[in-house]
Ligand binder design. Structure first.
Ligand SMILES: [Zn+2]
Length: 410
């Protein structure tokens, strides 16, 4: 066991955690050395203010003062510096909520952008995302077959070049986040295995960076979904959350523990789809009885009108076993079901709840709510872009590479 003081949360801004934990979507790449000099404090405060504005999408300057505990004049100066850098903007508030002049509203500018890329078995989706998790454009490029890593890079690079040409003056793309249905080695940005794409040890980060000149970050798709639902989903108490996504490429999960994504040693955590639920079906991973073998979209799609309800009831039981085990292990307050799993609580609510209750202890089971995902088709774009924004959010005053519409590196 190793104790590393840098892995501790360093400060918490009432409701929004900003830390120096070296995890994927916090500050691994832009990890700032926390010191005591005036400049260090200023940079840290810029990070706190920008992160709050980004996550809330809209905050009054008075809210920022309250949430940061900083003085009004300090917050004013920090907001002005961020506005000068093109990261936030201030707009006049409407009617005053209290006596006196209304506090100006601070919101992210749409000048600093990230690109999100998501390869799937039949298409590659590319999105342009602004601070505040706002998806400005999303293009789905169908592929003739399952795309290779090289084809993904070619298609994404072409789409990104088109996006750059269409950028308004003063806008720039900072970085790329890739969400992959597979095991993604976090620090190497390599895909160790994406079974449905048949990718093995693909250096997707390096390849896409070479093709575009931009920094690239990669993450498992369910982890990207968990990040997006955690930060921007409309959920109460999302800091202890399990996000479970059911897609054409199987079932994946992302665990948010105490407000942070649980990555594991290499980024491989969250493979709920390959936990044993007791079935006899042979999984593509070589084992039997995995959750994603017993619960799949293909089974529901193949079912006739007369058998669909039977299939869904059976799937609800298997899903309940996996969720019950996860509840015992992680004591979440919230389980968010995305993709085709969204339907199961609607179609077989009692079966699911009974199975979850049978397979979890009463204490943790009493605390958990199971809800549908809230962000829809943009979820993975928002989550992947969050990785790309992480260095900027961690140190807004840092030296970030930006490429504007003329491809000029600044
Ligand atoms: Zn399996």
């Amino acid at each position: 066991m190793r104790l590393d003081l840098f892995c501790r949360r360093t400060y918490d801004v009432t409701g929004t955690t900003v830390n120096s934990h070296p995890c994927q979507y916090h500050s691994e790449r832009g990890q700032m050395r926390i010191g005591t000099s005036t400049d260090d404090v200023r940079r840290r405060n810029l990070s706190v203010v920008l992160t709050l504005v980004h996550r809330h999408r809209l905050l009054s300057r008075a809210d920022l003062t309250r949430r940061t505990g900083l003085s009004r004049s300090t917050v004013k100066a920090l907001v002005e510096e961020l506005a000068g850098a093109g990261l936030v903007e201030e707009v006049e508030a409407g009617a005053p909520s209290q006596v006196g002049r209304p506090s100006p509203i601070v919101r992210p500018q749409a000048r600093t952008l990230a690109v999100a890329v998501n390869p799937e078995v039949d298409a590659i989706t590319i999105g342009l995302v602004a601070l505040g998790g706002r998806v400005l454009a999303m293009k789905r490029r169908p592929t003739a077959g399952i795309p290779s890593a090289a084809e993904t890079v070619t298609v994404a690079a072409r789409a990104i070049a088109g996006m750059r040409r269409a950028l308004d003056p003063g806008c720039s793309i900072d970085a790329i986040g890739v969400a992959v249905p597979g095991l993604v080695h976090a620090s190497d940005k390599t895909v160790q295995l994406a079974p449905h794409l048949d990718w093995h040890d693909e250096s997707i980060g390096q390849m896409l960076s070479a093709a575009t000149g931009l920094p690239v970050f990669a993450v498992n798709d369910a982890n990207a979904g968990a990040i997006a639902e955690h930060i921007f989903g409309s959920h109460l108490d999302p800091d202890h959350m399990i996000y479970v996504n059911g897609g054409a490429s199987g079932i994946g999960a992302g665990f948010v523990v105490a407000g942070e994504l649980l990555e594991g040693a290499a980024g491989y955590a969250g493979e709920l789809g390959h936990t044993f639920v007791g079935g006899v079906g042979l999984c593509h991973c070589g084992r039997t009885g995995c959750l994603e073998t017993e619960v799949s979209q293909a089974q529901i799609s193949a079912a006739g009108a007369g058998t669909k309800s039977i299939i869904v009831e059976r799937q609800a039981q298997y899903l309940g076993i996996a969720l019950g085990n996860a509840i015992n292990m992680l004591n979440p307050q919230l389980i968010v079901l995305g993709g085709f799993l969204r339907e199961i609580p609607e179609l077989a609510p009692q079966t699911l709840l009974d199975a979850v209750a049978r397979h979890s202890l009463r204490g943790p089971n009493d605390m958990v709510r199971i809800v549908p995902a809230s962000l829809g088709a943009e979820t993975l774009m928002i989550g992947a872009a969050e990785l790309a924004f992480a260095p900027l959010l961690s140190d807004p005053a840092g030296d970030h590479q930006r490429i504007d519409g003329d491809n000029a590196v600044r």
